[in-house]
Design a protein around this ligand. Structure first.
Ligand code: SAH
Length: 224
């Protein structure tokens, strides 16, 4: 049970969250109603350090420890929308970080998996998602540029760190008709790329510039 003070705080966060959905997402043309609903529901303030809770619904990324960041809400919405989830999918995320993007995916797909390079971030996110009641989620500590072969194939794969090139294992682990969303480019600036696998062939589309922390691993950058 929440105390009255905590209740007030939760109501305040809910108001900020709905404002975020309207002003940062709907107004900027996020159209997928399921994405808007999911982001109106997931308590983003629980995924940032407590002292930054009041900034959780603002229009920018925030630090989450280990030199990493939780993405700006709009970026989470765009990348999620590009996966075109309908509810029955198996989805893999590379770069669990705070676990926020994974919670949004867990609202929208049947089973979601995530790989995180930093053990402490993986452990913290696993505990938080469990506490929030997500049961369709599995998190592993390791190098996500190799994907998660034991759980493949995936209908959607989303990479939430910037890659120097598209990691081949991720394309291999896509199912027929599956979509991979990945920021690709330089260390400090990338283009958001979507790879669609159709009839054994892959098609690439680009959706503009973005800035992510580096994807570090065998098919990523050498160092952070
Ligand atoms: N999706 C996260 C944002 C993560 S920031 C969220 O919603 O909070 C990017 C994350 O990618 C960082 O936590 C970083 O440690 C992780 N990362 C970088 N390279 C990786 C790799 N090769 N495998 C798995 N995780 C990686």
């Amino acid at each position: 049970m929440f105390s009255r003070k905590e209740n007030n705080q939760e109501e305040n966060f809910e108001r900020l969250r709905l404002e975020m959905v309207q002003s940062q997402l709907e107004r900027r043309n996020i159209r997928d109603q399921r994405v808007l609903e999911a982001m109106g529901k997931v308590p983003r303030h629980r995924f940032v350090p407590e002292r930054l809770g009041s900034e959780a619904y603002e229009d920018h990324p925030l630090p989450i420890g280990e030199g990493q960041t939780i993405s700006q809400p709009y970026m989470v919405a765009i990348m999620t929308e590009l996966l075109e989830l309908r509810g029955g999918e198996r989805v893999l995320e590379i770069g669990t970080g705070s676990g926020y993007q994974l919670a949004v995916l867990a609202e929208l797909a049947r089973e979601v998996f995530s790989v995180e390079r930093f053990g402490p971030l993986a452990d913290r996110s696993r505990a938080l998602l469990r506490e929030l009641g997500y049961r369709n989620v599995e998190i592993r500590n390791g190098d996500g540029t190799l994907g998660w072969p034991e759980r493949a194939p995936f209908d959607g794969i989303i990479v939430t760190a910037g890659a120097p090139r598209i990691p081949p294992p991720l394309v291999e682990q896509l199912s027929e008709g599956g979509r991979l969303v990945v920021p690709v480019g330089e260390e400090r600036h990338q283009e958001l790329c979507r790879v669609v696998k159709e009839g054994g062939e892959t098609r690439k589309e680009y959706f503009g510039g973005c800035v992510f922390v580096p994807l570090v691993g065998e098919h990523g950058w050498d160092t952070a």
